[in-house]
Design a protein around this ligand. Structure first.
Ligand code: 2AM
Length: 176
C-alpha cells in the first residue's frame, strides 16, 4: 500500500527564514549539531505520520478550504528537546490564537479519521539537529514576530541525502 509521510506547518517567508537561520548560526558554537537548511525551516502544527494515499489525496483536495485563523507568534527564546537532540526557536508563551489554530486544525482533521495528539502543543522551529549539549544558549537574538495567514501540507520524503520536504497543498490565505 502506498503512503505519504505528512505534516501541516506554518512556512516562513524568505526574510523570516533568513532571520531564523541567523538564530541557528548564533547557537551553533554553543550547541554544535547540524543546522537545518534555511528553506526547510518551519513550525509544525500537526504531524500526521504515514498516511494512505487515498486519505492523502483527500487532504490535498480539502486543504485549500481549511480556514486557518490568521495570527502572530513572537519567537523570543531558544529551547532544547533533549531526547531527539534538537535546538529550537519558539515563543515563551503560546499565543491563544495559535493554540486555537492548532486545535481547530485537529478538529477539522478528525473528519478524516485523525486523532489529536495526547501531548500538549509545543510550538517551535527546529534550528539544529544532533546537538551536543542539553542547555540552550543563554541569550537569544532579538525577538522576531511571525505573522501567518495560511498553512501548508508537506510530504517528507527520504532521499540519499536525508529528508526532503515537498509542499503538496496550501490553505487559502485568510484576511485578518
Ligand atoms: P521536529 O522539528 O521537532 O523534529 C517533519 O519531520 C516535521 O514533523 C518536523 O517539524 C518534526 O518536528 C515533526 N515531527 C516529526 N515526528 C513527529 C512526531 N512524532 N510528533 C510530532 N511532530 C513530529
Amino acid at each position: 500500500m502506498s503512503t505519504l509521510r505528512l505534516f501541516y506547518a506554518l512556512w516562513p517567508e524568505p526574510d523570516l527564514a533568513d532571520t531564523l537561520s541567523t538564530w541557528a548560526a548564533q547557537a551553533q558554537p554553543h550547541s554544535h549539531g547540524r543546522p537545518m537548511r534555511t528553506e526547510t525551516l518551519h513550525m509544525t502544527l500537526a504531524f500526521l505520520g504515514s498516511v494512505e494515499k487515498e486519505i492523502a489525496d483527500e487532504l490535498i483536495d480539502a486543504t485549500p478550504y481549511h480556514r486557518l485563523q490568521p495570527g502572530t507568534v513572537t519567537l523570543d527564546r531558544y529551547g532544547v528537546f533533549a531526547r531527539p537532540r534538537i535546538l529550537w526557536a519558539g515563543p515563551e508563551q503560546t499565543p491563544d490564537s495559535l493554540q486555537a489554530s492548532h486545535d481547530g486544525l485537529w478538529l477539522w482533521l478528525s473528519a478524516f479519521g485523525f486523532a489529536p495528539p495526547t501531548q500538549p502543543f509545543r510550538p517551535h522551529v527546529t534550528l539544529l539537529r544532533n546537538i551536543e549539549r542539553n542547555d540552550p544558549p543563554a541569550d537569544a537574538p532579538p525577538p522576531v514576530t511571525w505573522r501567518y495567514d495560511r498553512m501548508v501540507l508537506v510530504a517528507s520524503e527520504s532521499t540519499d541525502g536525508g529528508s526532503r520536504y515537498r509542499v503538496v497543498a496550501r490553505s487559502k490565505p485568510q484576511p485578518d
